[in-house]
Design a protein. Structure first.
Length: 168
């Protein structure tokens, strides 16, 4: 049966790289709690190169990490190893050291305070913990906090790459 499953799964992967529409390459794995049941890869890593896709090909999966993290967290909840409503600092003590920006002083430096309540794991998973994706860059000469904020928003609206953000 394992050989039949592998052959069937390999055929599916092959179809998605050879039919229309198609993808250049694909990797798939099936696991159970004990082991990998299936590992397969086919196609090319890039269209402009001859390197084949392999099961250890490294991908930038970007926002897919949210689904993976959510699934892993819920599995830990099912196993009784994670309490969504417990303070997240229970699991990552550094989270308890985070401060909240209350505003900016006359020099454009952030004024920080302790949060009014603990961040929970549930808040982290729901993106309601108050954490942002980007930090404000250093102020330019004569630039106040509002101008600095709008400059950052302008950069973000421009769909800037991380490298461009650093250059600003």
């Amino acid at each position: 049966m394992a050989t039949d499953f592998k052959a069937a799964a390999d055929a599916v992967l092959n179809r998605v790289v050879t039919s229309e529409p198609r993808v250049p390459g694909v990797v798939a794995m099936v696991t159970d709690p004990q082991r990998n049941i299936y590992e397969g890869a086919t196609g090319k890593r890039r269209l402009d190169r001859d390197a084949d896709m392999t099961t250890d090909t490294v991908f930038g999966i970007f926002s897919t990490t949210k689904a993976i993290t959510g699934t892993a967290a819920l599995q830990l909840v099912e196993e009784g190893k994670l309490d969504l409503d417990a303070p997240a600092k229970t699991y990552v003590p550094e989270i308890g050291e985070l401060k909240v920006i209350e505003g900016f002083d006359a020099h454009g430096e952030p004024k920080l305070r302790a949060p009014k309540r603990d961040v929970t794991t549930r808040m982290l998973l729901l993106h309601t913990a108050g954490l942002g994706y980007r930090a404000l860059p250093p102020a330019r000469a004569g630039e106040g906090p509002t101008e600095r904020y709008h400059r950052v928003e302008s950069i973000a609206d421009d769909a800037a790459s991380p490298r461009r953000l650093v250059q600003h």
